[in-house]
Design a protein. Structure first.
Length: 81
C-alpha cells in the first residue's frame, strides 16, 4: 500500500481500527500496510495499553543512558589517565 498524504499517526490509527474490525487477518493487514507482523502487533499492543497516544514513536535509548556526571577535573584524570 502506498501511504497517502496523511500523517504517520493517522495511518497507524487506521491500521489499528481495521485490525480491531476483524475483517482481515493480521497477516493480510500487515501486507496491505507494508509493515512486518511484529510491527503490527507492536502497534496493536501499544494502542490497547495507551490508546491513540501509544501509537507515537518512542525514544530508542533507555532513560538515563547519557554520560555520567563528572564533578571535577580530577575525576576525569582518574578515569582516563
Amino acid at each position: 500500500m502506498v501511504w497517502r498524504e496523511t500523517g504517520i499517526m493517522d495511518e497507524r490509527l487506521r491500521f489499528v481500527v481495521e485490525c480491531l474490525s476483524g475483517e482481515e487477518t493480521m497477516t493480510q493487514l500487515c501486507a496491505a500496510f507494508d509493515i512486518s507482523r511484529k510491527t503490527g502487533y507492536k502497534w496493536l499492543g501499544r494502542y490497547r495499553a495507551s490508546g491513540p497516544e501509544g501509537l507515537h514513536d518512542r525514544p530508542r535509548a533507555e532513560p538515563g543512558c547519557g554520560w555520567p556526571a563528572v564533578s571535577t577535573a580530577g575525576e576525569i584524570l582518574k578515569r582516563h589517565g
